[in-house]
Write a protein that binds this ligand. Structure first.
Ligand SMILES: C[S@@+](CC[C@H](N)C(=O)[O-])C[C@H]1O[C@@H](n2cnc3c(N)ncnc32)[C@H](O)[C@@H]1O
Length: 241
């Protein structure tokens, strides 16, 4: 089993990141949908939707949303929020998406870079391109590899729900590796996250190969312009040609 199939499906992943910033996410979506001028009732796929924080809010804004994620645990949680215009499904983003063509696909909060081969990375662009309408938007919200390399904090401890998570980060080849160790009820656990430090140029190359043009690149969730050195995020807005 690959790390991303296991770790994201555990309760510990959700405990460790329980302080995810919902307000920042909603503010980001307000700015993003405002910029895109997407009409209400437009259809959006939230690819790698996790516990559905973006999907649910986009649906509240009036969009028809399909949230997809590999984690069965997350999707079974998300399903409680379903309605006529909000659906969740277990799906591996490397595979073809069964759906009517949609107006936009969002891949948010570093839900890319998990795979070993370039073929797998490309398969994400392929499946997004296939499911988008012509002129449809693809938003890929990824980390800024250059920034991450420069500001890496090697170790930290975080206490959540009486569990002390010891976290160590380091760069290994093309990847940033985050090792997560903790004990729960006397039992030791070890997990890791491994994200390929894909450069903005490489992302653009993949996008171009699958028929996307780059419309805009932002550097944070307030939609400030991207700066290669100082931006924390690399938020790419692509449009299908
Ligand atoms: C960093 S989380 C972000 C979740 C969500 N977008 C958010 O912002 O809350 C990454 C998500 O990617 C999902 N994921 C990992 N590999 C996947 C794959 N191959 N296909 C679909 N989803 C995947 C995980 O289950 C996890 O929910």
């Amino acid at each position: 089993m690959q790390w991303f199939e296991e770790w994201f499906d555990t309760p510990y992943y959700h405990i460790l990141y329980s302080n995810r910033d919902y307000r920042e996410a909603e503010n980001f979506l307000n700015l993003l949908t405002g910029f895109l001028k997407l009409e209400k009732k437009s259809s959006i796929i939230d690819l790698a939707c996790g516990k559905g924080r973006h999907s649910i809010y986009l649906n509240k804004l009036g969009y028809k949303v399909l949230g997809l994620d590999l984690s069965e645990q997350s999707i079974s949680y998300d399903k409680k929020f379903e309605n006529e215009s909000l659906e969740f499904r277990v799906h591996d983003m490397r595979n073809r998406i069964e759906s009517e063509p949609v107006d936009a696909v969002f891949n948010l909060f570093t839900s890319f870079g998990y795979f070993e081969t370039e073929e797998e990375d490309k398969s994400v662009f392929r499946s997004v391109s296939e499911v988008l309408k012509s002129k449809g938007y693809f938003v890929l919200d990824f980390l800024n590899a250059e920034y991450v390399k420069n500001v890496i904090t090697p170790s930290a401890s975080v206490e959540k729900e009486n569990i002390i998570f010891n976290i160590k980060k380091h760069i290994e080849g093309d990847y940033i590796l985050k090792e997560i160790d903790f004990e729960d009820q006397g039992k030791p656990y070890h997990f890791f996250e491994r994200v390929k430090l894909t450069s903005p140029e490489k992302i653009l190359k993949f996008a171009d190969e699958f028929g996307f043009e780059l419309i805009k690149r932002w550097g944070d969730y307030q939609l400030n312009d991207f700066d290669g050195k100082s931006s924390q995020r690399c938020i790419n807005l692509f449009r299908k040609r």
